[in-house]
Design a protein around this ligand. Sequence first.
Ligand code: ADP
Ligand code: MG
Length: 295
Amino acid sequence: MSILQVKDVTKRFGTFNALKGVTMEVNKGEVYGFIGPNGAGKSTTIRILLGILQASGGEATIFGKDVWKEAVEIHKHIAYVPGDVNLWPNLTGGEVIDLLLKLRGVNPSISRREELIERFKLDPSKKCRTYSKGNRQKVALVAAFSSDSDLYILDEPTSGLDPLMERVFQECVLEAKAQGKSVLLSSHILSEVERLCDRVAIIREGEIIEAGTLDELRHLTRTILTVKTKEPLTLNGVKGVHDVEEKDGELVFHVDTEELDRVMKLVSEKGIVKLESAPPTLEDLFMRHYEGAEG
Ligand code: ADP
Ligand code: MG
């Protein structure tokens, strides 16, 4: 069942086309990654979804409701965390968590709130003006995850969190998913969201350039191999092999994952003495898309 639908959404700022026809769909119970470099249009898309910005064209609905006209209804069932959380400087973290929940008119689960404060190691008694960026993110995350929302819209929510807290965040996303909730999670760091997402859309300069399940996108990735063989191995000019380097008698190279089987046969003919492989990540795909690096 589709929870969120974006169809051909465009956004102009003056003469600048920030979104050039964005289409995507998030299903119930799904964690959907929205990936792209800074300035690609993630926050613009998300602000349209939140009804804060009006799209120049196209259609966007959440729970089947128009995001611009029916924002009040929609907001009863969504939680939002931005990448740069601004808080009331003179209120404590705990007060702000309660305020954020009240503003959204949701019934906070007190035990869940306490549990999350504990897990995120947040001191809720401090005034927000004393919080670091990471602590302000934690306040917003605790408020979001202690609300019982159907859709969590998270726009680069972990900026400023240390790796340990990033892990806590990931657990929270997976817990929400386990309860059948949906999550739209944006990031400019793919590896950060890769293990959480069922599907991802990759946005660049206001356009979705790839979308699909991780398995569907993985054929676009490369595996990095380090091999040492008994007989000399030459891979220059072999289809699907890139960036061959020789280091201490070993070859280090990248292989298009879909050509792996064929290339491994060539390697094994030379007698494998040592073999290491780094799993393909979408980060690599992402880098090639964004930096136009040709191998
Ligand atoms: P992302 O969140 O992916 O980093 P944004 O959606 O914030 O990217 O921005 C997309 C593009 O739109 C950027 O080039 C940005 O400068 C531009 N932009 C965003 N908001 C505005 C605005 N209010 N006025 C003019 N340009 C904007
Ligand atoms: Mg942004």
